[in-house]
Design a protein around this ligand. Structure first.
Ligand code: CA
Length: 233
């Protein structure tokens, strides 16, 4: 079955650049050029994945995320030409899966797409554990292992690491980590997230975890290294 990629972008030049490499990678590509036609295409075509530009004429591409997330969990990767980190954070907090800065390499884009599709497949399988590199997380026992050996984590550290592993290779915002690892109503701010991530990095280092490492996305959040990133080094 050919996987359909929906590109929502008002500059046709981007489609000219992307069509051939995406088709060569085995994907079919459809284009929508506005917020309205983009939402209609998601409903009608049920694409495997959406590539979304945030600048759609006078409209804001975030309206696509806002609309689609009411009824669709299709993976959405934002193509961002903007330097504004707050735009990316807003798009991610609305439910985008990841972003990639323009201009981007096609290889990098394909890697991000594979990661997003892999995560959706994992979510649909509903496995009770997930492995990424040397890390293994058991959801039922709430324990983590590095190369098969248990590491001691506080409940908070476990939850932050679980969220990062569940989004391995994808960016996770400070807000997403706070919402997922701190009880509602907790007085918590981003500084708490930084402290826990620093502890996690130290414990992973002590456990001699060579990869994945926890990477900082400046002004946005964190990203657990993807397999492809590790392989590139
Ligand atoms: Ca545009």
């Amino acid at each position: 079955v050919t996987q359909l990629i929906l590109l929502i972008e008002d500059e046709p030049e981007i489609l000219r650049v992307l069509r051939h490499p995406l088709e060569a990678a085995g994907y079919a590509v459809e284009l929508a050029e506005s917020v309205e036609t983009g939402l209609q295409a998601i409903a009608r075509l049920k694409p495997t994945l959406v590539l979304l530009d945030l600048g759609l004429g006078a409209r804001d591409g975030k309206d696509v995320i806002r609309g689609a997330r009411q009824w669709s969990d299709v993976p959405i990767i934002v193509l961002s030409a903007r330097f504004s980190e707050s735009e990316k954070v807003a798009a991610l907090d609305l439910g985008a899966d990841d972003f990639i800065n323009k201009p981007f390499g096609v290889g990098e884009l394909l890697a991000r797409m594979r990661t997003a599709l892999r995560h959706r497949a994992i979510r649909q399988r509903g496995d009770a554990s997930v492995t990424h590199g040397e890390l293994r997380i058991d959801f039922l026992t709430r324990r983590a292992r590095v190369s098969g050996r248990y590491i001691h984590l506080t409940p908070r550290e476990y939850d932050v690491l679980r969220i990062l592993v569940q989004h391995a290779g994808q960016v996770v915002t400070h807000r997403q980590i706070l919402d997922g690892a701190w009880a509602q109503g907790d007085v918590s701010d981003y500084q708490n997230v930084r402290v826990v991530v620093a502890q996690l990095r130290r414990k992973l280092e002590e456990a001699k975890c060579a990869w994945p490492r926890i990477m900082t996305e400046q002004g946005i959040g964190y990203r657990l290294e993807a397999e492809e990133e590790s392989a590139r080094e």
